[in-house]
Design a protein around this ligand. Structure first.
Ligand SMILES: [Zn+2]
Length: 372
């Protein structure tokens, strides 16, 4: 075998130089271990560019470390170098190979880590992107007022009761001592189903259910919808909200009724609020009274809200009629009670300064949004 007599170490240097020249464009990705992906990101390379660089890098590896590479040629001549130089030559060829492979591997790692990272980023759902925000609703003004009323009576020991909106004649009229010929029973005033059931025309029906279910002593508050055949206008609607109160116990007098309603309006409108009772008539109470409270706007001096009178009508009230107690088998000789009812809608219109009660039922968001 012919020995290589030339400068074999000079060949190693030439091969190294040739590699370094082509490796230069990858040198910026030759980061220290653990920083691979950030090194590439720091260079502002796109995913596409990184993928292209990886392909070029593979070509570079084949060219400089493959079977037909200059490096392979150097390895082949190791055995032909003179024995005196062989060890040094072999060492420098090995060192060169190790250096080339290490550089290629490191850049390969860096670019691959970057590509993988970018692909995951691209496919990941970005939870920080602003989504379609759900608009949060709020309570209707009638509900807001109803809850305030409920809170006041619950604090006075009343239980909030619910009842059906469709009733038989017994609950809507008979048990409430409304005589057969009373105009409230006519189809002119009350909505009837084809089966002869009535849409309740007052929440007093709940009184009857409550007294049948629990025996006295009892305190119940019944808020709910009622229905009357009224033509809608600024102060009337065929459906509206009432709240009814009932207390039955031994020795209950008109004084308890007055005290209760006065405490109620003072809690709702302030301690300066006064009440007055005007004699009235309702079939289910005896004696009966209309209740007014001093105007919360002018405190009784007279203003446009109270139409100059200084008083605002609260609703009807009275001592439970003995016939109503008898209808649910309560002995009027042993028990007595009072009842009152008021319209939530009209009070709501007054409190919020509405000039038309129908605004409360039109579901116009522009209107309702004002009561957040
Ligand atoms: Zn007033």
């Amino acid at each position: 075998m012919k020995q290589v007599e030339a400068e074999p170490l000079g060949d190693v240097e030439a091969v190294s130089k040739a590699f370094e020249q082509e490796f230069e464009r990858f040198a910026r990705f030759y980061a220290s271990a653990g920083e691979q992906s950030s090194a590439a990101r720091g260079e502002g390379v796109s995913l596409q560019a990184a993928e292209s660089l990886l392909r070029d890098l593979a070509e570079l590896r084949t060219k400089h470390t493959g079977k037909k590479s200059e490096l392979a040629a150097l390895k082949k001549i190791i055995g032909r170098v003179s024995p005196a130089d062989r060890a040094a030559f072999a060492q420098s060829v090995q060192a060169l190979e190790a250096s080339i492979v290490e550089k290629l591997d490191r850049v390969d790692e860096t670019l691959k880590a970057f590509v993988q990272h970018e692909r995951i980023e691209r496919e990941r759902l970005d939870v920080t992107l602003p989504g379609t925000r759900l608009r949060r609703g709020h309570l209707h003004p009638v509900t807001l007022l109803r809850r305030r009323i409920e809170d006041i009576f619950v604090s006075m020991g009343y239980a909030v009761e619910d009842g059906p909106e469709i009733e038989t004649d017994f609950y809507n009229f008979d048990a409430l001592n409304i005589p057969p010929a009373h105009p409230a029973r006519s189809a002119h005033d009350t909505f009837y189903t084809t089966d002869g059931l009535a849409l309740r025309s007052q929440t007093s029906t709940v009184q009857i259910h409550a007294m049948q279910r629990r025996r006295p002593p009892l305190r119940v508050l019944a808020p709910g919808r009622v229905f009357r055949r009224d033509t809608p206008d600024a102060t009337h609607n065929p459906m509206f909200y009432q709240v009814e109160g009932l207390l039955v116990d031994r020795g209950i007098t008109m004084g308890h009724l007055k005290g209760t309603l006065e405490a109620f309006v003072q809690r709702l409108f302030g301690s300066q609020t006064r009440t007055r009772f005007r004699p009235s008539y309702f079939p289910f109470t005896e004696p009966s009274a209309e209740v007014d409270y001093s105007c919360f706007k002018c405190n009784g001096a007279g203003c446009s809200l109270c139409k100059g009178s200084g008083w605002i009508e609260l609703g009807g009230s009275g001592m439970v009629h003995p016939n109503v107690l008898r209808a649910v088998d309560i002995d009027p000789e042993e028990f007595s009670g009072f009842a009152f009812g008021l319209g939530i809608d009209r009070m709501c219109a007054l409190v919020y300064g509405l000039d038309d009660i129908r605004l409360l039922y039109e579901s116009d968001v522009r209107f309702l949004e004002q009561f957040k």
